[in-house]
Design a protein around this ligand. Structure first.
Ligand code: C2E
Ligand code: MG
Ligand code: MG
Ligand code: MG
Length: 284
């Protein structure tokens, strides 16, 4: 009796595993086709400079509209892309698309054409030809390198610190800005901040969420702002959702903010309309 039940459970269990593995395999296969089937798009989220109250940059964020499953979030498909190596073609597509859009905005004569921030994964930093690839895309679109900002997480950099450092240095020497994403959540040593050619720290949303009420968040954000000032880095606070968070960040001297309080990531036409309106800061 017990043995039979055990067998049954076992069959059920392996059946579930198969289903899960099949679903995962299907996701991989679908993702492989997503670029050529034009299922991927970029959404853009503005970054606002507090001193000028203007949109000075937008971050490009990948969106996948699956033909059957509808929209699939990056938190689901980016890890799959990273594990399978598909992040290379996907990342290349995102860079080309973001650069085309930047070219388009610059040609349209809209005020303050934004700097474009593009997310890169660790795997892209293991490509020997990364710098040449990026420069080729900029050249194709006739964009100055200072239009482009590359966002990379500390965790990604730590996978191969020395190679990453060399690649970042080359990118920076070409005029591209480097932004350290999700700062404070990864594993890194503060000494790397000095060794890596970083321009911008992005304070992770988890430290912004509980501002200004939570004493620990306050202490961490203050410390990051002080550190950035000493190292002459600029700071973006991500995930700003409330007026209270904004007021705190502004009082503490944060340079740039990004979050739902201002704008959610939006398709290109909505951002175009925003730039055309030229009054990016929502009034309180
Ligand atoms: P990230 O680079 O840290 O991007 C910020 C994420 O926070 C985005 O999520 C954005 O929509 C979300 N966000 C912005 N403001 C707020 C806010 O006020 N509140 C809340 N709750 N969320 C906010 P998204 O678009 O889902 O992207 C998630 C992650 O996926 C990104 O985190 C990034 O790590 C990755 N990702 C997205 N696009 C790309 C890409 O083209 N390449 C690579 N390698 N990774 C990407
Ligand atoms: Mg980012
Ligand atoms: Mg981030
Ligand atoms: Mg993040």
């Amino acid at each position: 009796q017990a043995k039979e039940e055990g067998g049954g459970l076992c069959r059920l269990f392996s059946g579930e595993i198969h289903t899960r593995r099949d679903a995962r395999l299907k996701l991989e296969q679908d993702l492989e086709l997503a670029v050529e089937n034009h299922e991927l798009t970029l959404a853009y989220q503005p970054q606002i400079e507090l001193a000028s109250r203007r949109i000075v940059a937008v971050e490009a964020l990948m969106r996948w509209q699956h033909p059957q499953q509808g929209s699939i979030t990056p938190s689901r498909f980016i890890p799959v892309a990273e594990e399978t190596g598909l992040i290379l073609p996907l990342g290349h597509w995102a860079l080309e698309e973001a650069c085309s859009q930047t070219r388009h905005w610059q040609d349209s004569g809209l005020p303050s054409p934004p700097r474009m921030a593009v997310n890169f994964s660790a795997f892209q930093f293991s490509q020997g030809t990364l710098v040449e690839n990026v420069m080729a895309v900029l050249e194709q679109r006739q964009l100055a390198p200072d239009c482009l900002e590359i966002e990379i997480t500390e965790t990604a950099l730590m996978q191969d610190p020395e190679t990453s450092r060399q690649l970042l240095k080359k990118l920076k020497d070409c005029g591209i800005s480097i932004s350290l994403d999700d700062f404070g959540t990864g594993y890194s040593s503060l000494s790397y901040l000095k060794r890596f050619p970083i321009d911008v720290l992005k304070i992770d949303r988890t430290f912004v969420t509980d501002l200004p009420g939570d004493a620990e968040s306050v202490a961490i954000v203050r410390a990051v702002l002080a550190l950035a000032k000493q190292l002459e880095l600029s700071v973006v606070a991500e995930g700003v959702e409330t007026r209270e968070q904004l007021d705190f960040l502004e009082d503490e001297g944060c340079d740039l903010v990004q979050g739902y309080y201002f704008y959610r990531p939006a398709p290109e036409d909505e951002i175009t309309a925003l730039l055309a309106a030229d009054s990016p800061f929502p009034s309180p």
